[in-house]
Design a protein around this ligand. Structure first.
Ligand SMILES: Nc1ncnc2c1ncn2[C@@H]1O[C@H](COP(=O)(O)OP(=O)(O)OP(=O)(O)O)[C@@H](O)[C@H]1O
Length: 299
């Protein structure tokens, strides 16, 4: 079953672009990463899905319900972390949790306090006195406290230090094992790589690629660095080069293919040294940020 189903969703702000013709699905129990640079449309997509923004065209279903008509039901049954959180600054964290608990059946504030211990958040402090990262933890706990079946998290890791990020990811993995579906946005592919089953890449308002992480790992990418004694002249063509970087006496590129084929192709190239290493996912994907849709690189 698809927990999120988006069909041709477009949101324009007057004449300016928000998102254009976005379609994708997120299956039950999946962790889906939504990646894109600043201003690419991640928050617009999420805010339209939750009916904080009215769509220009297109439809979407969340938990099988219509995003516009059933938005009250949807907001009650999911956990949502906005990219920027604003609370009553005067309240203490534990007071906020008690207050929020009133919106849900049962006493969810107990669970909130357990999450706070796990995320090392001092709940006796006033919200206005918290750092940006600690305010983010408050937002995360608010999204998780009622144990929703679907989490929609807009840049949850912004402001978290690496240790906290790791604790938070462990928490998300545990939730996935219990059947929770997680959709979260991020600027960073490398962090998504650790966690997601699939990743969607949005650029300039359009979804340009959706990749299954297993497939990505199965593909054979290498980062190749050739060194030359003389000034480097790019007079040869290597099949499988995804992106290249040329300096005076070196040629660096991401290669997609078998190393044996690469070495065969390099037989007549007059380099004096070569390094071949595993690229980061960021390096493999970088061309999506740099080049236009439809650029075929065999990914
Ligand atoms: N309220 C608004 N009025 C006009 N344009 C807007 C508004 N909100 C967003 N936009 C525009 O919509 C586009 C998508 O912005 P959005 O905030 O969705 O991107 P994002 O991927 O979430 O960015 P970031 O990573 O910086 O948070 C941008 O061009 C932005 O300028």
């Amino acid at each position: 079953m698809n927990v999120i189903e988006i069909n041709n969703l477009t949101k324009r702000y007057g004449k300016s672009r928000g998102i254009e013709d976005i379609s994708f699905q997120v299956a039950e129990g999946e962790i889906f990463g939504f990646i894109g640079p600043n201003g690419s449309g991640k928050s617009t997509t999420i805010r339209t899905l939750l009916n904080f923004l009215y769509p220009t065209s297109g439809t979407a279903k969340i938990l099988g319900k219509d995003m516009v008509k059933d938005s009250t039901y949807i907001r009650q049954h999911i956990g949502y972390l906005p990219s920027e959180v604003h609370y009553y600054d005067d309240m203490k964290v534990n007071e906020l949790f008690k207050f929020s608990s009133g919106f849900y059946p049962g006493d969810t504030s107990q669970h909130a306090m357990q999450l706070a211990t796990r995320l090392q958040l001092d709940t006796t402090r006033k919200i206005e006195d918290l750092s940006f990262g600690n305010k983010k933890k408050v937002g995360i706990i608010q999204a998780l406290m009622h144990e929703p079946k679907l989490l929609i998290l807009d840049e949850p890791t912004a402001g978290l230090d690496p240790l906290m990020q790791s604790i938070f990811f462990d928490l998300l993995k545990e939730l996935q094992q219990k059947g929770t579906t997680i959709f979260f946005s991020s600027h960073y592919l490398s962090e998504v790589q650790k966690l997601c089953n699939r990743v969607g890449i949005i650029k300039e308002g359009r979804m340009i690629k959706i990749e299954n992480m297993e497939d990505m790992r199965a593909k054979q990418f290498k980062k190749v660095h050739l060194h030359f004694h003389e000034k480097f002249e790019n007079t040869f063509r290597i099949e499988g080069v995804l992106q290249e970087h040329i300096t005076d006496t070196s040629y660096e590129f991401i290669y997609n293919g078998h190393t044996r084929d690469l070495l065969e192709q390099l037989r007549s190239v007059p380099f004096y040294d070569i390094t071949i290493e595993e690229p980061s996912l960021e390096e493999v994907f970088m061309h999506y940020y740099e080049k236009e849709e439809g650029d075929q690189h065999g990914l």
